[in-house]
Design a protein around this ligand. Structure first.
Ligand SMILES: [Zn+2]
Length: 301
């Protein structure tokens, strides 16, 4: 029993079975940095879309394209028709016109989206089951929403919800924050700062007052959020160029960070691992930044 210890969990994107490691080693508290939502198929579509866009080699691009088309057919329950050279080229240029994977996924046939939703719900059900199991062992579990928990990638551009994930998880008894929330503990206060509200760059004055009061009483302030407030740290490891959208989100997270001034910030969203991934000092401040990579589980003392 890992009494007195906490764990942080990076973007799961489905893959709830990863959490079985935590059932074997129960901890007092588990914090999720968002993006619990996903499925094998949804993640594959995103990866293949990015490969088509990012590969410099034409053969690699075409290979990713045909795998993407095969997956689309599978999701439709159809057999993939072989593509001729002309067809491949036209499918390729169609795909390259989509600037982001969310735009591409938004354009998928409804039957494909419906199938994807089924896969997503299956993973959410596993998460719910896991939560029930560890909660019965006395572990407290807290989650915040990431971008995929607020809108599935194919819902993101039109801002509608094929499935209300927050409602779905709450219905299963999961403690998930889609707005700021404070968890008070002995000599410790945790600010739960989910994706959407942080993206607006604002923190409620009541929340700030409460945090400052607890600081003056000697409490350690921990902030859990989704998007990194500083992309520079990640750019060397991350082979993708930071998009302007990401820069904006990062700037908003930074704005919130400097209003709150926590002792420690835990975040995820960027999937690639950092070489030096434990504590990152930030500019000349005392804030420790703890990055939790894709599906990573960090046990903390
Ligand atoms: Zn994310």
């Amino acid at each position: 029993m890992f009494a007195g210890k906490e764990a942080v969990v990076g973007d799961l994107h489905g893959f709830a079975k990863e959490l079985n490691k935590l059932v074997a080693k129960p901890v007092e508290e588990v914090f999720f940095v968002g993006d619990m939502t996903g499925s094998v198929e949804l993640n594959k579509l995103k990866t293949l879309f990015n490969q088509v866009h990012d590969s410099v080699n034409k053969a690699e691009k075409l290979n990713a394209l045909s795998r993407l088309k095969k997956l689309e057919s599978d999701l439709l329950g159809e057999k993939m028709k072989p593509m001729g050279e002309r067809e491949k080229d036209s499918e390729m240029s169609k795909l390259l016109e989509y600037k982001r994977h969310s735009l591409y996924m938004g354009g998928l046939p409804q039957d494909v989206k419906d199938n994807l939703v089924i896969g997503v719900k299956q993973e959410l059900d596993k998460l719910i089951e896991w939560n029930i199991k560890v909660s019965s062992l006395g572990t407290r579990v807290y989650m915040i929403t990431g971008n995929w928990d607020e809108y599935l990638p194919f819902d993101f551009e039109v801002k509608k919800r094929s499935v209300d994930i927050v409602k779905y998880l709450r219905g299963g008894g999961v403690n998930i924050y889609d707005n700021y929330g404070i968890i008070e503990e002995e000599k410790k206060i945790v600010l739960m700062a989910p994706y959407g509200v942080v993206n607006d760059g604002l923190v409620n004055q009541n929340i700030l007052n409460k945090i400052n009061l607890e600081k003056s009483r000697g409490s350690r302030v921990m902030m859990i959020t989704h998007v990194p407030p500083n992309m520079r740290i990640h750019e060397e490891n991350n082979h993708r160029k930071t998009s302007s959208e990401m820069e904006e989100q990062s700037a908003a997270a930074n704005k919130v960070l400097f209003q709150v001034k926590p002792d420690e910030l835990v975040y995820g969203h960027v999937h690639t691992r950092l070489e030096n991934d434990n504590f990152v000092s930030y500019r000349d401040t005392e804030i420790n930044m703890v990055y939790c990579a894709y599906r990573e589980i960090k046990l903390r003392v």
